[in-house]
Design a protein around this ligand. Structure first.
Ligand code: DX5
Ligand code: ZN
Length: 220
């Protein structure tokens, strides 16, 4: 399994989004992470399915949609039709996580579950055999530029151990929030495979230098 770096376009320059996406692609982005927020599930608003459609027009890289919204079931079909490869649903946002994952897969996309820092892995264990990805939030969701919560390293470690307990647990571990050249190593050592990074990459005038640094640190 190869480790992957996923720039989060939440921290890109919204007025120059296409320029930033091309820059990230040329610098070696493996996929793009798109945050969709509704101002209810999290105290912020961001992109909509139309941005997913636009992203799909300007890049051939896979798209990873992180739904931070109430009633995520209502937006699964729109984002898959807009061209995303993966849809990630928060465990805390629906009573019907199993059904949401089934819906995503029936539409032909890859499916992932997301756990907030305070959500126990045990709450999503039954989904392990049917998910492609699990996203461990390493900050409280809603904003870019926050500090990595150090306690999450142990959680990733436990998740990696749980993954190894059954041959049907064939999912990738993704981390999102506060990823930089120090925290990425901790997450990689703990067993993570996909690393979302927003402000660390787009907040610098040396995007290429920074993504190369992250790639070197997690090379497997
Ligand atoms: C936060 C979002 C992240 C955000 C990460 O809720 O889910 O994807 O863009 O930003 P950084 O890397 O700056 O913490
Ligand atoms: Zn995200």
């Amino acid at each position: 399994m190869t480790n992957k770096i996923a720039p989060s376009i939440l921290s890109a320059d919204i007025m120059n989004l296409e320029r930033d996406v091309k820059m990230a692609e040329n610098a070696g982005a493996d996929l793009f992470h798109i945050d969709i927020m509704d101002g209810h599930f999290v105290p912020n608003m961001s992109f909509s399915p139309s941005v997913v459609e636009g992203m799909n027009r300007v890049t051939d890289k896979p798209l990873d949609v992180h739904l931070m919204i109430d009633n995520p079931e209502e937006y699964i079909k729109p984002v898959v039709e807009a061209g995303t490869d993966t849809v990630l649903v928060h465990a805390e946002s629906t009573h019907h996580t199993y059904r949401s994952i089934q819906m995503i897969k029936q539409l032909g996309a890859k499916a992932g579950i997301v756990v907030n820092p305070g959500t126990a892995l045990e709450n999503v264990k039954e989904l392990f055999p049917i998910i492609d990805q699990i996203l461990v939030m390493t900050v409280n969701p809603g904003f870019g530029g926050q500090e990595f919560l150090p306690g999450m390293t142990k959680k990733i470690q436990r998740l990696d151990q749980l993954r190894q307990t059954s041959a049907t647990n064939d999912f990738q571990i993704e981390v999102d929030g506060g990823i930089n050249d120090e925290t990425i190593t901790k997450c990689a050592d703990a067993g993570a495979d996909i690393f979302v990074a927003g402000s660390y990459l787009f907040g610098s005038d040396d995007f290429e230098g920074r993504i190369n640094k992250l790639k070197d640190l997690v090379e497997d």
